[in-house]
Design a protein around this ligand. Structure first.
Ligand SMILES: [Fe+2]
Length: 409
């Protein structure tokens, strides 16, 4: 271990901190061992100041709950202060009797919220200077600005959301595409995979996704995320999920928001699991089969069947994306289910060629494919639905509409 750390790329912070200190800090983070490079990305860097590396961003919205995440530089005890008119309620996370503390990557779950209600909140992080078994020393507390969010209604008559995909490590695309939305209100943002080229470290997640999202919207509107094939690559791939909260804590999930029942599938890699580039360390065939089993149960539910609209969002479209193993395996597993349980729309990315594919003999529902990542190919997909219609509008990065589709319930 010591040897590996010595081999770390030299960074300023290492100067003042003994290796034993670093090791101690590392041990506080991870139950298992991982490479020094990955650990370096996760380690606290006290000499870089007591600051928020990522300001608060909203996750996992529900009528009665919201999850707030943020990242600090130092090891802290962190909490949220919130309320409808003031900030008189305090929330922190507790698991197994322990309050989350001496950590940097924070998630606080606010429960018991009122539906359709505006809440103000701020996040606070108090540095833990010294963590001894019987004497813990706190340092300064930093506080974010005060933001607000509104919880969804229990059964709202309408819903609208925005979809971005295939950003591919171009953070400037996020505010650019968000600026195209116009003055229409929206409930949340959905990232439909390939936000990155491959996973390198925490800094990349902050700089290329969290920061631009927070600056554009994410402290006041929640976002959801599903992996694309590129997020399964790179040495930080396993750590990626520590930065997001999805319903059910899996890579795939389902949720109803008013008239729309959404299913989110993680389509995995595009090449076969035994492709040499994966070096024997992926198993997406099993993962896709697991999802097919799960999604059929979801689709058998009354809520799914009775929803006005049934939408699937998944990175790799199972048609119109070539004949590589990933899309073909998705087709084999998912197409019969989408047909049997009458999916109304599939929204994907992956091909880097935007397009709207109307129902055909192959698929009885439209397949919407968002573009990216280069200028002229990037898209923002807007969805708006009420009990009668679901309208999809696809905007190219110059603001022009390059596709639309309307479903009637
Ligand atoms: Fe992509």
């Amino acid at each position: 271990m010591e040897k590996e750390l010595t081999g770390l790329p030299r960074r300023d912070f290492i100067g003042n901190v003994s290796k034993i200190g670093i090791l101690g800090t590392l041990a506080a983070f991870l139950p298992g061992s991982t490479s020094a490079e990955v650990l370096e990305s996760l380690v606290a860097k006290p000499e870089e100041g007591h600051v928020f590396l990522a300001k608060p961003y909203l996750q996992a919205p529900a009528p009665d709950s919201m999850t707030i995440r943020w990242i600090t530089n130092k090891l802290c005890y962190s909490w949220v202060e919130y309320g409808e008119t003031d900030l008189s309620v305090k929330a922190h996370n507790v698991s197994d009797g322990l309050v989350d503390a001496h950590n940097r990557i924070n998630q606080v779950y606010l429960s018991g919220l009122k539906p359709g209600t505006k809440y103000n909140y701020k996040v606070l992080s108090k540095e833990i200077i010294d963590f001894k078994p019987y004497s813990l020393k706190y340092g300064e507390t930093i506080s974010s600005d005060t933001y607000s969010f509104t919880t969804p209604q229990i059964n709202p008559s309408s819903v609208s959301w925005l979809i971005m995909n295939d950003i591919h490590d171009r953070p400037e695309s996020i505010p650019h595409l968000m600026n195209l939305k116009g003055t229409d209100d929206y409930d949340y943002v959905f990232y439909n995979g390939d936000i990155f080229d491959y996973q390198t470290d925490e800094q990349q997640i902050i700089d290329h996704m969290l920061k631009p999202s927070i600056e554009a919207f994410a402290s006041t509107k929640p976002f959801m995320f599903v992996r694309g094939n590129h997020e399964t690559r790179g040495k930080f791939r396993r750590e990626l999920k520590n930065y997001f909260s999805n319903k059910g804590d899996k890579g795939y999930y389902a949720y109803q928001w008013g008239p729309v029942y959404n299913i989110v599938l993680d389509t995995g890699e595009d090449k076969p699991d035994d492709a040499p580039v994966y070096a024997g360390i992926v198993d997406f065939d099993s993962y896709r089969r697991e999802q097919a089993k799960w999604v059929e149960e979801v689709m058998k539910s009354t809520a799914f069947k009775k929803a006005k609209f049934r939408v699937v969002m998944m990175h790799i479209p199972h048609f119109h994306s070539g004949d590589w193993h990933g899309p073909m395996h998705c087709r084999e597993l998912f197409a019969p289910l989408f047909k049997k349980y009458k999916v109304d729309m599939v929204i994907s990315g992956h091909t880097h060629k935007y397009g709207v594919w109307p129902p055909s003999e192959e698929h009885a529902y439209p397949i919407i494919i968002g573009g990216g990542p280069s200028d002229g190919n990037r898209t923002l997909i807007k969805i708006k639905a009420d009990a009668k219609t679901l309208k999809m509008s696809m905007l190219k990065d110059d603001g022009s509409e390059v596709g639309s589709y309307t479903l009637n319930s």
